[in-house]
Design a protein around this ligand. Structure first.
Ligand SMILES: Nc1ncnc2c1ncn2[C@@H]1O[C@H](COP(=O)(O)OP(=O)(O)O)[C@@H](O)[C@H]1O
Ligand SMILES: [Mg+2]
Length: 308
């Protein structure tokens, strides 16, 4: 198999990957490059193949076709680099009869982490996920959100280069989610890669790159802002004007795209091509008030789901 040399600096590189379950094609000619050192979000409706793709990356699936490379290794060899990968599944994978501390010690042992290294790492991770005071409780007694946090800590114990997190923040409250994200940013700053699936738009918004999956294919890839542009969404400016009709006509003549004029409220909505247009626009009219409305990733996601 011939591989592109440029793929050498990628965390994951998929070329034309196919996988069917029975007659259902779950990964359909999937091609994507996931660079190292970034947070990369797999976004897409339920059943679009996100979990299947992650399972393919860890070599849990026999592919029907295509090339898949993980940390520069063909996926057939991925077992030899398991120590460089951390995988947090969507399902419970810890030992309910072990305490938090014991679960972490178990994973530390599995990855042959030196004895003197174990305790400081375990303490640091339990602190990061805000579970230090619960270290002697049984994992089986934890609430959903606490369990997720422990799962994350166990996934990080061997300081993996590539983190695969399948919906890691389900049941985690927004403040702690922020802590997770700060931690992910620290990891990527060290050159590690965080591949994450989520349904939460605000999380996708925090990723450097979002890959939008639909029916087993990558249909849109880019930064959150680029995805919005791909979906054809533009920022809007709402202007409160004394003479909305007259001003709207003047703005139209000056080349601005008028979306809506609400005479009763005195509001004119302009669709901006770029933020740079605002300055020139204010040379044409003097609004009483104005509000900039940025498109959301959610709108882009809906728009992309409707298309195709
Ligand atoms: N082991 C399997 N056997 C049969 N069908 C499966 C299996 N795993 C996943 N699927 C199907 O593949 C599709 C994609 O699933 P999945 O990758 O879990 O999507 P997502 O994670 O995006 O929600 C779904 O229709 C699911 O039912
Ligand atoms: Mg899934």
């Amino acid at each position: 198999m011939a591989y592109d040399k440029s793929a050498l600096s990628l965390a994951v590189s998929a070329r034309g990957v196919d996988k069917s379950f029975g007659r259902i094609k779950v990964l359909d000619d999937l091609t994507v490059d996931i660079p190292r050192g970034v947070t990369y979000c797999l976004l897409g409706p339920n059943g679009s193949g996100k979990t299947t793709f992650i399972r393919a990356i860890v070599g849990m699936l026999k592919l029907d076709g295509g090339d898949l490379r993980v940390l520069d290794q063909p996926v057939s060899e991925v077992q030899s680099i398991y120590s460089r990968i951390g995988y947090m599944t969507q399902h419970k994978a810890l030992y309910p009869d072990l305490t938090l501390q014991e679960n972490l010690e178990f994973f530390a042992g599995l990855y042959s982490i030196e004895k003197q290294e174990r305790e400081p790492r375990i303490t640091k991770l339990l602190d990061m996920v805000n579970l230090l005071e619960h270290r002697h409780r049984l994992a089986g007694d934890l609430s959903g959100g606490m369990y997720q946090r422990l799962s994350l800590a166990c996934t990080l114990i061997h300081e993996p280069e590539l983190l695969l997190l399948d919906e890691p923040t389900v049941g985690v409250d927004p403040r702690l989610r922020q802590t997770f994200w700060n931690y992910f940013d620290r990891l990527t700053a060290e050159g590690k890669t965080v591949l994450i699936t989520t349904h939460l738009m605000d999380e996708a918004e925090k990723c450097k790159t979002v890959g939008y999956m639909r029916a087993g294919r990558m249909t849109a890839v880019g930064s959150p802002d680029e995805i919005k542009r791909l979906a054809g969404l533009k920022p809007h400016l709402e202007l409160w004007l004394k003479e909305p009709e007259k001003d709207a006509a003047r703005l139209k003549d000056a080349g601005y795209e008028i979306d809506e004029v609400d005479i009763a409220k005195g509001v004119v909505r302009i669709r901006l091509q770029s933020h740079d247009q605002i300055k020139g626009l204010l040379e044409n009219v003097a609004p009483l008030d104005m509000r900039l409305k940025e498109p959301t990733l959610e709108e882009a996601f809906l728009r992309l789901s409707e298309a195709a």
